[in-house]
Design a binder for this molecule. Structure first.
Ligand code: GDP
Ligand code: GDP
Length: 471
């Protein structure tokens, strides 16, 4: 599970400056969902090999009353979902009453909290920050978010347990791989190398067919996720049982369909049948992002009546970033006139053109139409993402692509592709070896990716092609 880091502090201490520095993508997911009165921003970040979610909780100053207090509570609720809180103060402004109020709250939360003094650039930081010891939160981490100073070591401290766990995992994998010899690429040995790789593949093969497909149903509030989940489960007569967990945990529901095992990752909170609607579960962006990360295939639900919003596109961005397979369900397709349907389809074509590999389904979760067909696409996407393809097959396809369209000259020498092999699954990774391959222009890389996609009939999943210098 990706850890979650929350940025907390009164307005103007530099939370958004730090947020922007940390998040890889500019398209942060802004949560102006119903039920959240103040914008929170969610982004994906990385320290070393470790990916994490960063949440900018918006400003709170601890002195709120009335409506302001309600808003502050919303922001503080984000702390519950976090693994680590970075409590930011302003080294230049010094200690304020608002800082003390927030510190009081944080001490009661019993959450791992790091005190971060920002804006330490160009001042005598050690003496400036000393008064913050009065907050009783221990060590003070000095940073200058605007310049990046101190940020890396702050993250390494904040996420030390997670980084250690990851390093241990990596070590175990590397120990396994150490047996594999580095490959030489002279023509004679190529065939042998390819054979050896395929044997290695076979030995390590996980029988993907035997594993349950983890399917996450995600989408904005009110698009019909729980109606759809209930529809699917209702047909399957699966018993839903309560599972304990915090607000950020999804419910994992095992089910079977056409003799295949699935695990439904329910982010909406299934309304238990027989019970009248309980308090509607709060929408949690973190829950959604974690579910995407943990899934094999993501079923993104859109509301036909609402069109595609920026939030839908942000969610889609997260799915693709995570390399997950995807099926898109346009829900509430009932009771629309042909004219309206045509309009919606045109809009979808225009805005979703960039993921032409995803299957689009028009469904009514309420009436059940189209719901059954979703599973065909889900299985197809999963099989595409886990398809085993031999080195010789990949090399042959690569060769055909190269024959149809020669790679360009770079610095007077023609780029030469030598062979390709599978580098992983979920999403499929293909490693292409050759000379000067790092210099291939993006247009040629895209051409190759599409060639692989068409030849291997890969649907519903992104493909990653990586290039390795063969000399
Ligand atoms: P937020 O309200 O907590 O999100 O604060 P902002 O990120 O908007 O920053 C408030 C102001 O502090 C802006 O004018 C920033 O440029 C400034 N600021 C942020 N980080 C630093 C820093 O490391 N050094 C200095 N000198 N100014 C900073
Ligand atoms: P969630 O927040 O994404 O879980 O959405 P819900 O499943 O709670 O649905 C939100 C509202 O949309 C409810 O009033 C549903 O009855 C309605 N709804 C869900 N699916 C459909 C559908 O296929 N057609 C129509 N017309 N309404 C639907």
């Amino acid at each position: 599970m990706m850890p979650v880091v929350a940025l907390v502090g009164r307005p103007n201490v530099g939370k958004s400056t730090l947020f922007n520095r940390l998040t890889r993508t500019r398209d942060a997911l802004v949560a102006d969902f119903p039920g959240l009165t103040r914008d929170r921003k969610y982004g994906q970040a990385r320290v070393g090999e470790l990916e994490f979610i960063v949440v900018d909780t918006g400003g709170i100053d601890g002195s709120e009353e009335g409506i302001e207090l309600k808003m502050a509570e919303q922001s503080l609720a984000a702390i519950d979902e976090a693994d680590v809180v970075l409590f930011m103060v302003d080294a230049r402004a010094g200690l304020t009453v608002a800082d003390e109020a927030i510190a009081n709250h944080l001490r009661r939360c019993e959450k791992k909290t790091l005190l971060v003094a920002n804006k330490t650039d160009g001042i005598d930081a050690d003496s400036a920050v000393s008064e913050f010891y009065l907050l009783g939160l221990g060590d003070i981490h000095q940073i200058a978010a605007a310049h990046g100073r101190g940020v890396l070591s702050l993250l390494e401290t904040a996420l030390a347990p997670q980084l250690e766990a990851l390093a241990a995992e990596r070590e175990a994998v590397e120990a396994d791989e150490a047996d594999g010899e580095a490959l030489e690429f002279d023509e004679q040995e190529l065939a042998e190398a390819m054979e050896a790789l395929d044997e290695l593949e076979d030995e390590e093969a996980t029988p993907f067919e035997d594993l349950p497909i983890k399917l996450a149903i995600v989408g904005r509030p009110n698009v019909g996720k729980s109606t759809l989940t209930n529809r699917i489960l209702g047909e399957e007569r699966v018993v839903v049982y309560d599972m304990p967990g915090t607000t950020r945990d999804s419910v994992y529901i095992p089910m079977q369909r056409d003799e295949r095992d699935f695990i439904l990752i329910d982010t909406a909170g299934v309304r238990r049948r027989g019970k009248v609607h309980e308090a509607v579960e709060k929408f949690s962006v973190i829950k959604t992002l974690q579910a995407i990360e943990d899934a094999n295939v993501v079923l993104l639900v859109l509301d036909a009546r609402e069109g595609i919003s920026d939030q839908d596109l942000s969610l889609l961005g997260f799915v693709l970033n995570a390399g997950r397979s995807i099926v898109i369900a346009v829900n509430k397709w009932d009771g629309l006139s042909q004219e309206v349907k045509d309009d919606i389809k045109r809009e979808l074509d225009r805005r979703l053109g960039f993921i032409d590999f995803a299957r689009l389904h028009f469904i009514s979760a309420l009436h059940g139409s189209g719901v059954g067909n979703l599973f065909g696409s889900v299985v197809e996407a999963y099989e595409s993402a886990t398809k085993r393809v031999s080195t010789s097959m990949l090399t042959r396809i690569m060769q055909m692509a190269q024959d149809d369209h020669q790679p360009p000259l770079v610095r007077g020498r023609r780029v030469k592709l030598k062979y390709a092999h599978a580098g992983g699954y979920n999403p499929p990774r293909i490693i292409v070896h050759g000379n000067q391959v790092k210099d291939l222009p993006d247009s040629y890389k895209r051409y190759l990716i599409n060639y692989f996609r068409r030849s291997l009939q890969i649907m519903g999943t992104p493909i990653r092609v990586e290039f390795q210098e063969g000399d």
